[in-house]
Design a protein. Sequence first.
Length: 285
Amino acid sequence: MSGRVEGKVAFITGAARGQGRSHAVRLAEEGADIIAVDLLEDIGTAPYPMATKEDLAETVRLVEATGRRIVARQADVRVLSQLQEAVDAGVAEFGKLDVVVAQAGILTMGTNTPQAFFDVVQVNLVGVLNTTTAAAPHLLPGASIILTGSTAALLKGSVDITGAGGLGYAHSKRHVARIGHDLASVYAAQRIRVNVIHPTNVDSGMMDNDFMYHAFRPDLDAPTREDMIPSLETKSPMGVPWLTPAEISAAVLYFASDESQWVTGQQLKLDGGQLLPVGDAGVPS
Ligand SMILES: NC(=O)c1ccc[n+]([C@@H]2O[C@H](COP(=O)([O-])OP(=O)(O)OC[C@H]3O[C@@H](n4cnc5c(N)ncnc54)[C@H](O)[C@@H]3O)[C@@H](O)[C@H]2O)c1
């Protein structure tokens, strides 16, 4: 099947690299035009670099190579007016908005200061509210909002022990899960769907960096990506160390398409079974 989102317009945050870029390209391959934003600057308490101008230019190139159009802007999800400007520019160009993917996010794990908590909550939680707020005036019946959570939202206490930054990450993602549920209720009568995707580890800039190599392999002086991978595998009973961005994009595509037109309020775990051993996360008792 192709053209699964033919003629739709998708607004994606954090689109310069990783999962956001992958969603942009996958949706474009299936017929969507893209409105892409990214911060393109580092954040002090995040112990790894954010995407660059060159990264966003590469997303533009890859989307255009599919034959679809893209409006790309530098914008910070913490600043509502920047998102509104970007969405408005995209809607002026493409005429409408059908899909919202709130992907931008950071991890300040390992940084044990109040600022690390505030930074991650500002991006991962306030940023998601800003993204949906900026999109709201343009959404019509049939639109789809897709929020990015994390297994950290459903894993009791998992990252709370890694300092204020890790706690802020889990805090923000728990609220994203809740916002997804409650916004689905708010929008149901307008036939606008809201779903949350909760990935386990994903092979992207957030995980594939020096800080993470050290976090997962504290026993080594100069750990590499290859050193980290066996330690990631222990988190999944299926033995998968991390998912690819493309595997997450497959779920984004489903939620973006009309195939899921009656599916809303879902909390979809893409976790290689990570949550199975820790009990009944998300399962009614
Ligand atoms: N990688 C993982 O293991 C994993 C697992 C579960 C959930 N997630 C979620 O996925 C998202 C991260 O995506 P990724 O895995 O592709 O990582 P990534 O770091 O490669 O991409 C995140 C993108 O968001 C951008 N960004 C950061 N702060 C921003 C801001 N204030 N405004 C606009 N853009 C901003 C970055 O520049 C980057 O391009 C986060 O929401 C994260 O919680 C990631």
